[in-house]
Design a protein around this ligand. Structure first.
Ligand SMILES: Cc1cc2nc3c(=O)[nH]c(=O)nc-3n(C[C@H](O)[C@H](O)[C@H](O)COP(=O)(O)OP(=O)(O)OC[C@H]3O[C@@H](n4cnc5c(N)ncnc54)[C@H](O)[C@@H]3O)c2cc1C
Length: 305
């Protein structure tokens, strides 16, 4: 619940760019989950800055949503404000092949621009759906390559108000995450160092990565990508497959028969269906191998009563 005074302050700041009691699951790739107290879609960095400060001041919980490609929203919905970054779409490349991107820039915008300009370094991201903010926050990557390798600097809006630039020396990119962001801050932009190459070479790399995905992942079905992180020296998908769970269904969710570390929405799935499959996969792998699978997907929202 957002108190009336806070509601008025949000409306004064964002006008029609804030909606109350709004369904949020539809803004995620799995397409499930309940409503948020409010969804805010700021259209400038200045608005993000003011919103982050307002939520901190009014003690309203704030959750950031980029493309929603690695987020599972619980059926009972989300307390507080969900900040969508999708309108922060500025993207440019400078003379030193540095790509400057606002947080809501999508993976396809980045890929298009690097293809047009023949800039190498982020081709592996072509098949990783999401926004620049999500790539940075998740340190999205593939074995041997990750977003953090290319980050020069990021800019965040902090709960104390104002913006802060953090160079790569102040950040520690870890497996599917980044350390060094001030608590409660929101990434508003990032700078990536790329390398001059040719359009043909960049295109060939992009196509190689996309082809690998087409062969190994259920890309034509709604999912949130990898469900669990790979435990050291193991592949989560292989552990789940060896536990015999490929194809297991719960309601409208299924452990993909293409790749066992994906849960796909095969009908009218609920978040509870996906969470139950996750629980069963964890229990089976624990029983069979004594390994604890840790979720990679970010689960947000109220727990069911
Ligand atoms: C088919 C498919 C394949 C995938 N393959 C891969 C893969 O190969 N490798 C990989 O790493 N991932 C993969 N993913 C997962 C997903 O693409 C990445 O995690 C991506 O980085 C998510 O970006 P997003 O903007 O959608 O993040 P969201 O799902 O919106 O958010 C993810 C997390 O980042 C936080 N966040 C988002 N934006 C910001 C911001 N501006 N500031 C602060 N925090 C923020 C959110 O609060 C949340 O905790 C795949 C997903 C799908 C559906």
């Amino acid at each position: 619940m957002i108190a009336d005074a806070a509601r008025r302050a949000l409306e004064a700041l964002l006008g029609e760019r804030v909606r109350f009691d709004a369904p949020v699951g539809r803004h995620t790739s799995l397409g499930v989950g309940g409503a948020a107290d409010a969804i805010a879609t700021p259209e400038s960095i200045a608005e993000v800055e003011a919103l982050v400060a307002l939520c901190a001041e009014q003690r309203i919980p704030l959750h950031v949503l980029g493309g929603g490609f690695n987020t599972l929203v619980r059926d009972a919905g989300v307390d507080g404000v969900v900040l969508r970054t999708q309108r922060l779409r500025q993207l440019e490349v400078d003379a030193d092949s540095v790509l400057n991107a606002q947080a809501g820039v999508s993976h396809s915008q980045v890929t298009r621009l690097t293809l047009e300009r023949g800039l190498a370094g982020l081709e592996f991201g072509a098949g990783i759906p999401g926004s620049v903010g999500g790539w940075v926050a998740m340190n999205a990557g593939i074995p041997g390559r990750e977003t953090g390798d290319r980050v020069l600097e990021i800019e965040v809006a902090t709960p104390r108000g104002g913006l802060q630039r953090i160079g790569r020396a102040g950040l520690r990119f870890v497996y599917r995450g980044v350390q060094g962001l001030p608590a409660g801050s929101v990434v508003v932009a990032a700078r990536f160092q790329l390398e001059p190459s040719t359009r043909e070479a960049v295109r060939a790399e992009v196509e190689r990565h996309l082809a690998h995905r087409r062969d190994t992942q259920p890309i034509d079905q709604p999912s949130f990508g990898s469900v669990f992180k790979n435990p050291p020296g193991e592949r989560a998908g292989q552990l789940i497959e060896l536990a015999g769970l490929k194809g297991l269904r719960c309601g409208g969710a299924e452990i993909s028969s293409v790749h066992a570390n994906f849960i796909v929405n095969v009908g009218a799935a609920r978040a509870a269906d996906a969470l139950e499959l996750m629980r069963r996969a964890q229990a089976a792998v624990r029983a069979q191998r004594g390994i604890e699978l840790e979720p990679e997907v970010r689960i947000v929202g109220r727990c069911e009563a």
